[in-house]
Ligand binder design. Structure first.
Ligand code: URA
Length: 485
């Protein structure tokens, strides 16, 4: 029996050399006890390596994987790697065998380590510890990684912070960078590090890049797991920022500018084409909308967002265009405006799931501002061009009533997007007899600065949804064939 105790620093190289020696001497996995420095010594183990036999070639892809897996915290990692390597020497194709359970396990370990390295790059927080008059600035950070990632990730920090001294202290191994030289030490206990001015700056930065309109708590916590929060100064502000998000999203919406449209010539050129109605099979419509490249709006949006709801619905709800969240998820009215609509609809007993919910324009039109995408209202020509899809949806859904929310929907459907405040609550009839109930857009309710005006607008919106619910209930008592289409 051979026993190998691998060092905490230089582990990858030590494992590689030991494994190569054992493999060359054809020592089977069951005759080796692998341990790291923390493992208890084995009284019966033989530390000496056997004499080298013939060299064995190993696929490069295994070496790359092993160089990552050795940093996993699982004590079994070395023996798992060697056992797989032992099989691999007679069956090199194993590296591409997706059904192999051992390989799948190693790949998962590799993924865990890479994820931990990623977290380390993102969440290490340095605090200044040097004297103000020292020739080089000096920083220290305390970090608690899930795997042994200090050594394999330290190059990243060397590249980033080569002109200062720094140390990353962890319970396992610490990285010390002094006078341009990197070294490693055994782990530390948590030190008392000073708060510094840089920390205040970091908190301010974090609060500023936080976009309340794009808040997705679950996604955020999966990106920044809670276990890292305790060593991140800005994390103390997260609960408050989550609580403040709805109000800040409202304020952002109020401040959102409408910028002049870009590339209108291209839009116009496209508008001249595609005159006839869409005539594919009904079930292909969402797919066809998603694939839309009929106007340049598709160039920047993530995806086109088709309507959603039953294939035949009594009520069709039409908004303006997908917002930021809708563009990312591919579903209409799932962001702040959608939530506003949902909650008021629920209050008045209007069942969103029974309605077909869509937009006048299928792509998100925006202008980038730093990391944010600022909504831009679609042009009349874009609204008209996208009516092609709305017509296809109307033809398929055959609603008994359309609820047009806001100026763009009203413009698309009736040709007139003006005087919405005066027209809201009224029903207009399309040339084919289809009634359109005009109402406000829910994002308007989120934007109105004056609370009294907002309350009044919200009450009007609620009233309009109630009217829609009443009209649908009334229609439901008639037979479908009685209704005009
Ligand atoms: N605003 C809209 O008009 N539609 C959406 O889908 C989302 C926000």
């Amino acid at each position: 029996m051979h026993r190998v105790s691998l060092p905490p620093v230089g582990t990858a190289k030590a494992w590689r050399e030991a494994a190569r020696g054992f493999l060359a001497a054809r020592v089977p996995p069951e005759q080796i006890i692998w341990g790291d420095h923390a493992a208890a010594p084995d009284l019966f183990g033989d530390a000496s390596l056997p004499p080298a036999g013939g060299p064995v070639s190993v696929p490069r892809s295994f070496v790359t994987m092993a160089e990552t897996v050795v940093w996993h915290s699982d004590p079994e990692r070395f023996s798992r790697l060697y056992a797989f390597l032992w099989r691999l020497k007679d069956a090199p194709h194993l590296m591409t065998d997706r059904g192999d359970g051992d390989l799948a396990h190693l790949r998962q370990m590799e993924k865990n380590v890479r994820r931990c390295q990623h977290k380390m790059k993102a969440f290490v927080r340095f605090r200044e510890i040097g004297a103000p008059d020292a020739p080089r600035r000096s920083f220290a950070a305390w970090f608690e990684p899930s795997h042994h990632t200090v050594e394999p990730t330290s190059d990243f920090f060397v590249r980033r912070f080569s002109d200062m001294d720094w140390r990353i202290l962890t319970p396992d191994v610490s990285a010390i960078f002094e006078q341009g030289k990197l070294s490693f030490q055994e782990g530390h206990t948590k030190p008392d590090l000073p708060e510094d001015a840089g920390e205040a700056l970091w908190i301010t930065y974090f609060q500023n890049i936080f976009n309340p309109a794009r808040l997705m708590v679950k996604a955020m916590q999966s990106e920044m797991p809670k276990k890292y929060w305790k060593n991140m100064p800005e994390a103390a502000f997260i609960p408050q920022m989550i609580a403040d998000a709805p109000a800040r999203a409202r304020a952002m919406a109020e401040a959102a500018p409408t910028l002049p449209p870009a590339r209108m010539a291209q839009v116009q050129a496209q508008l001249a084409s595609h005159a006839s109605a869409w005539d594919g099979p009904a079930e292909d419509l969402p797919k066809a909308i998603r694939a839309c490249t009929r106007c340049p709006l598709h160039c920047h949006a993530t995806q086109a967002v088709p309507g959603e709801g039953p294939a035949k619905a009594d009520l069709m709800v039409v908004g303006e265009q997908p917002g930021d969240m809708e563009d990312l998820t591919g579903r209409p009215f799932v962001g702040p405006a959608g939530q506003m609509f949902d909650s008021i609809a629920a209050e008045v007993g209007l069942n969103r799931k029974a309605a077909y919910v869509t937009n006048a324009v299928k792509h998100f039109k925006f202008t980038p501002r730093g990391k944010r995408r600022i909504h831009q209202r679609p042009e009349t020509s874009e609204i008209k061009h996208c009516r092609w899809w709305l017509d296809a949806e109307i033809a398929q859904v055959r609603p008994r009533l359309i609820l047009a929310m806001g100026a763009t929907a009203a413009q698309s459907l009736t040709g007139d997007g003006t005087r919405i405040l005066a027209r809201r609550g009224t029903v207009e009839t399309l040339p084919d007899g289809l009634p359109v109930l005009i109402t406000l857009h829910p994002s308007y309710l989120l934007r109105v600065p004056d609370p009294a005006v907002r309350d009044r607008a919200t009450a009007q919106f609620r009233q309009d949804l109630l009217t829609a619910a009443g009209m649908i209930a009334q229609h439901a008592s008639c037979s479908r064939e009685d209704m005009p289409h």
